[in-house]
Ligand binder design. Structure first.
Ligand code: IMP
Ligand code: MG
Length: 185
């Protein structure tokens, strides 16, 4: 079905859609269990990378919750700039609420760190937890660990299932690495 042959720009497929969805069943069960008695929950989806992760995960979570989004950017092509830009002026109202921040991937750690620091400093949440579909196993620039992790991967640039290269490839149903000739030198 979804062989690399169907995706000529992919070097290899790392995680197939069925594997992702099976793992989301497990994560959703953990989140449902962990937040059941904790109070009002707001999930903050970090756009655009967490789009499919959040949509597929939250439909498996059996809890009342609110969904908010935060639009941030740090990557230029296949390299992190280290500069986290918040593209919206207003932060979600999460005063007194349990917050679960969901992002596509934990890489240098700067994005999750910047988001959690701002929410903590400016929004008075009851507590903040974090979840990522992918955790790149590499030294962090800022020390953060996600509370929920879908998959550990090596230190390589990946696309698909929400993750992009220059805005493209997000709609692939799977996670793969790009062939070198599709990455600008
Ligand atoms: P961090 O701030 O370095 O942890 O990077 C997190 C953000 O960089 C994520 O929200 C992604 O948008 C982006 N990113 C990091 N690694 C990759 C990758 O391999 N492919 C696509 N985007 C990535
Ligand atoms: Mg992102």
């Amino acid at each position: 079905m979804s062989s690399a042959f169907s995706y000529p720009y992919l070097e290899k497929i790392l995680i197939h859609e069925t594997t992702i969805l099976r793992r989301l069943d497990e994560l959703a069960w953990e989140i449902t269990r962990d937040f059941a008695d904790r109070g009002d929950l707001t999930v903050i989806a970090v756009m655009h990378g967490s789009l499919f992760f959040v949509a597929d995960l939250l439909r498996r979570v059996q809890l009342p919750l609110r969904i908010e989004t935060l639009n941030v950017a740090s990557y230029d092509g296949a390299a992190s700039t280290g500069l986290i830009r918040f593209r919206q002026t207003e932060l979600p109202d999460v005063r007194g609420r349990q917050v679960l921040v969901l992002d596509d991937i934990l890489d240098s750690g700067q994005t999750l760190h910047a988001i959690c620091s701002r929410l903590q400093a400016e929004c008075a949440p009851a507590a903040i937890r974090t979840g990522v579909l992918l955790n790149k196993v590499r030294p962090r620039v800022v020390e953060v660990a996600a509370d929920y992790v879908g998959f550990d991967i090596g230190d390589e640039f990946v696309v698909g299932y929400g993750l992009d290269y220059n805005g493209e490839y997000r709609n692939l149903p799977l996670i793969g690495s790009l062939r070198a000739e599709y990455i600008a030198a």
